[in-house]
Design a protein around this ligand. Sequence first.
Ligand code: PGA
Length: 276
Amino acid sequence: MKTRGVLIAGNWKMNFTLRETGEFFAKVKGDAAKALPASASSAFATGRLRACVIPPMLSLGRAMEAAREAAFPIAVAAQNAHWEKKGAFTGELSGPMLQELGISWVLNGHSERRQYFGETDETVRKRTESLLEQGFRVILCIGETREEREKGRTTEVLTRQLSGALPEAGKGAAKFLDGRLVIAYEPVWAIGTGLTATPAQAEEAHATLRKLLTDRFGSEAASHTPLLYGGSVTPENADSLLACPNVDGALVGGASLKPESFLALLAAGARACAQS
Ligand code: PGA
């Protein structure tokens, strides 16, 4: 039973110019009717199936315009935002700038931000706190490296990253009760490598995360928190991953860049919703 529905989020990373952004949306709109099963329209209408794209900063405005004209609801998320609302932070963008564009979703703590741009559990936590406070929906990414998995340290790493990225229960628990916080489990060894966690590995990690959230915030808050799997998700493996009880959607990089495979992933999401 998909009690939290299914969210398919496409992380475009540093891909697509403004022109390509327009072309992507046009193709998705043109092909939606034939690519999606009949059950998709009611799943979108009830909010059980949700679509999201995460374009680079420069394309956010164009993506928002195109999303307003789309054949089905498509949320637009920013790949990053600073925790301060304004100030001397060259190269950053802030929550109020996104809000003016109508953007209410932000990705946070992606492993590429951690690996290449010095993000730490501490900066990720500051962003989680501030953005939730400002009313955003936050997709918080965590996941172990290959070495950590091979050494049997997966649970330890997930525990550290999750608790390091969330405010203390006493300080901010109420903010998590409404489903605005989404956690993406993305094993680093599976990102962009073509290696995917098996459904059993994904479910095991997600069940661990659900328990950590329950211990910290109670079962009600934990049961409202969607848990996405990310790491080489494709139309071919999406059905088996989305069939896992604790997998509430997917965060997809490479396979989300082709309109036809983005639609195929949404079709898998619609099938998962219909089965429950
Ligand atoms: P991938 O990327 O689907 O290309 O592995 C996933 C991600 O980094 O979010």
